[in-house]
Design a protein around this ligand. Structure first.
Ligand code: BEZ
Length: 249
């Protein structure tokens, strides 16, 4: 998990509510059944965890952010603060679900070991996260602006964006049979401008700079991306690519 990434539930609810909304399609690949016990890995503020509860499942959410766990609990959900790379559940879930969280966990093998341990025999693992090429233009602009300030942006990269082939192979190595896996571009309209997105999602990069320089840095990154990510109507669209998968033990 990336300790440099910070989450502010109020800022997230305002500027990132598209994340759980767009994650609903991945829930269909999980096909949750009433009565199933499900682990929501990287539950955030619990918006999708709640959908699983409404489907009649008994759900436990875990997230590395104490603030997000509090927000999930405020919805009345069962949620715990936990490191997704060191899960310690043992054979107690019918399924593990994850939306927009696995790209923050760079040690994918540690995650998959923990998911496998958490599942009962025959258990399912389904979800969605950023795949190969995700936010590539944003990442290139971040790295270019950091380089202009004498910093190595590649060394700060907090994200794991695998190809479908790479992730399918890792799932198989951990004993999963992959039922479906697909990588697809999903250009994503942003509710605000790119600076707002950077302030929510790119804090591991921003934190490398003195606080007084962060906003002008964001403006420079945004300026670089204006020709490609700002639409004619003035709204912004991020170059997301998703990896969606369903697998079973
Ligand atoms: C994503 O959900 O694709 C994402 C989130 C944070 C940073 C980069 C990508």
């Amino acid at each position: 998990m990336n300790p440099a990434q910070e989450w502010d539930p109020a800022q997230y609810a305002q500027g990132a509510s598209f994340v759980p909304k767009l994650g609903e399609a991945a829930l269909a690949w999980l096909a949750p059944q009433p009565g199933e016990r499900i682990l929501d890995l990287g539950c955030g503020d619990g918006a999708l965890t709640q959908k699983l509860c409404e489907a009649g499942c008994e759900v436990v959410g875990v997230d590395a952010s104490a603030a997000q766990v509090s927000a999930a609990r405020a919805r009345g959900l069962t949620a715990h603060c936990a490191n997704g790379e060191a899960l310690n559940f043992l054979a107690e879930f019918d399924a593990v679900f994850s939306n927009a969280a696995l790209h923050w966990m760079k040690n994918a093998d540690a995650v998959l070991s923990g998911v496998r341990r958490a599942l009962r025999p025959g258990g399912r693992f389904a979800g969605e996260f950023g795949g190969k090429g995700n936010v590539a233009q944003v990442q290139a602009a971040l790295e270019a602006e950091l380089a202009a300030r004498g910093l190595d942006g590649a060394a700060l990269n907090p994200w794991f964006f695998p190809s479908a082939e790479e992730y399918a192979a890792r799932l198989a190595q951990h004993g999963f049979s992959v039922q479906r896996i697909t990588l697809f571009p999903r250009p994503t309209p942003l509710p605000g401008d790119l600076c707002e997105w950077l302030n929510i999602f790119a804090t591991p990069y921003l934190n490398a700079l003195p606080p007084a320089e962060r906003q002008s840095f964001c403006q420079s990154v945004q300026h670089r991306l204006t020709p490609t990510l700002r639409l004619k109507d003035g709204t912004w669209q991020a170059d997301y690519t998703r990896l969606r998968f369903a697998a079973q033990l």
